[in-house]
Design a protein around this ligand. Structure first.
Ligand code: UDP
Length: 322
């Protein structure tokens, strides 16, 4: 049995589905603050639990034969983390420490962790490889880096087997349209562009057109959520042979303007655009060097065309269940 914390969230729910499709038994623990119960595959066992609640965690480990953990449960709004760091340090760091302590009590020493390219901070060079210095520029990134550091110390002291996956920009939705991206509030570019295309919002604000990039807008590396899900299963299967971090990105940079154009092509509709000032803390260019994921995990993204990624998100946007 694999425990997936945060399995009702965006990337978590896609990973749960992927694990089940590949023959794994899964128990999901989620506090449903940001997650959606409807996103949890009915083949998985669901436990409504918060990582702050050690008693519930202990019960979870006593009543399920857990062999390994995939740990997504975290708050992930960068802006909120700046305004309310206490919430982030408590939920993300203390929550993880509670989880690790209960794991060790039950002799469970395998964990795959949802980390982020936000641990690198302002890039010194691109593409960003795993040796790039880690200098996060917000509390969210700090919490994720701290957890990576905790893993490395727990490995030395308690033989914890760990792989931290540092994602770039998760995007798209399940190809079969059953689950997808749903955040409240929504802050991510692709769902906001699609809502503007649909007429659910007046427009998309483009945050900055004067960046040092070919079209002046920011460049990001958008990776399909099902490619992320696959990487989590591969990492799970590699635990014990490799400890450390792996970037997950396509290695391809796409600008904000290119996203808008691709969304217009996929939907066949115009996207109303408003040009706005830069958003604080946004680097001009972020994209991954993904050789390590290929070498260590044997992983390769199947979605490398941004239009195909957006097509899955558009399909979800038109038929969303939650
Ligand atoms: N962005 C934008 N308008 C929006 C939301 C995002 O122009 O309403 C830009 C943002 O500046 C960044 C890119 O889109 O360059 C991706 O932002 P998102 O919040 O989706 O992910 P992030 O890269 O911040 O994790």
């Amino acid at each position: 049995m694999i425990l997936v914390t945060g399995g009702a969230g965006y990337i978590g729910s896609h990973t749960v589905k992927h694990l089940l499709d590949n023959g794994y038994q899964v128990v999901v623990a989620d506090n449903l603050i940001y997650g959606h119960y409807e996103a949890v595959d009915s083949r998985a066992k669901f436990v409504h639990a918060d990582l702050a609640d050690i008693i519930s965690l202990q019960k979870l480990f006593e009543t399920n034969k857990i062999e390994a953990v995939i740990h997504f449960a975290a708050f992930a709004y960068v802006g909120e983390s700046v305004k309310e760091p206490e919430k982030y340090y408590f939920n993300n760091v203390i929550g993880t420490l509670n989880l690790l302590n209960v794991m060790l009590m039950h002799h469970v020493k395998k964990i795959v962790f949802s980390s982020t390219c936000a641990t690198y901070g302002e890039p010194i060079y691109t593409p960003i490889d795993e040796n790039h210095p880690q200098n996060p520029i917000n509390p969210y990134g700090h919490t994720k880096l701290m957890i990576e550091q905790i893993f490395s110390d727990y490995e030395k002291a308690y033989q914890l087997e760990h792989i931290a996956l540092r994602y770039f920009n998760a995007a798209g939705c399940s190809a079969d349209g059953t689950i997808g991206e749903s955040h409240t509030p929504e802050t991510h570019l692709i769902p906001l562009v699609l809502k503007a295309v649909k007429g659910e919002r007046a427009n998309i604000q483009v945050f900055g057109t004067d960046y040092d990039t070919p079209d002046g807008t920011c460049i990001r590396d958008y990776i399909h959520v099902e490619d992320l899900a696959l990487a989590h299963r591969l990492a799970l299967e590699k635990l014990g042979t490799y400890n450390g971090c792996v970037n997950l990105g396509t290695g391809i940079g796409t600008s904000v303007r290119e996203i808008i154009t691709a969304a217009e092509e996929v939907s066949g509709k115009k996207c109303p655009v408003e040009y706005a000032p830069r958003r604080a803390g946004d680097p001009a260019k972020l994209f991954a060097a993904n050789l390590k994921a290929k070498e260590i995990l044997g992983w390769k993204p199947s979605y490398t065309d941004i239009k195909e990624i957006i097509r899955t998100a558009w399909n979800w946007e038109l038929n969303r269940r939650y």
